[in-house]
Design a protein around this ligand. Sequence first.
Ligand code: ZN
Ligand code: FE
Length: 266
Amino acid sequence: MLRVEPIPAFQDNYIWAIDDGHAAAVVDPGEAAPVLAYLARAGLVLGAIVITHHHADHQGGVADLLAACPAAPDGEPVPVIGPATERIGHRTRAVREGDEVELKAPALRLRVLEVPGHTAGHIAYAGELPGIGPVVFCGDTMFASGCGRLFEGTPAQMLASLDKLAALPDATRVYCAHEYTRSNVRFARAVEPDNAALAAWDARVEALRAAGEPTVPTTVGHERAVNPFLRSREPSVRRALAGQGAQADDDAAAFGALRAWKDGFR
Ligand code: ZN
Ligand code: FE
């Protein structure tokens, strides 16, 4: 049985820790201190580091983590897995679409999905975790009710990346890297004011945040129902785009117009 826990970092990042009660793999450790505090509190040792993309808030803690935890439980250096086409400091294994990542501690397997758009070489890790079920660690590609900004990719690339994530089984838990849900839901409701599932989710998000709880992970099925960036082909979203005066001649243009609307939404 494995467990996945969020380690809050910076203002609104989540570093995800996957553990078996002894060793933990951490996903996107942008800073080391909260990870080391979590490991000490939970009585865990560091077994692996997994990175989705090159931004500093996702890999900035790697050097300090390796300095504090020079060896994994098997006595070997702690592996650092990251995307092949990006600059990832201390990376020991470069991975691409379709690669299988097999970690020893905790023992688990993940497969790599290339999801360019937020960055050019962004990857996600999908798998089936014992005791949890299907999961995906998607960094800054998909968020609860939103998606990452297009810093290095085109709308067509990001749309294809989100289509890839949306094609995972509905029950797949989506472990994204930021708590952006409230502002994402505010935008989503402007796009789809008549989406009843979204209205219910808005109330749930408010309750969770008022209680100081994370709103993630959500699931792929949930995102398909409420995330406008997974719904850019829906007539309701297209009508909203038309209402904004957006030119949307094809799916990529519609997606790009939706992303641009969100970029300027306050
Ligand atoms: Zn990022
Ligand atoms: Fe980020």
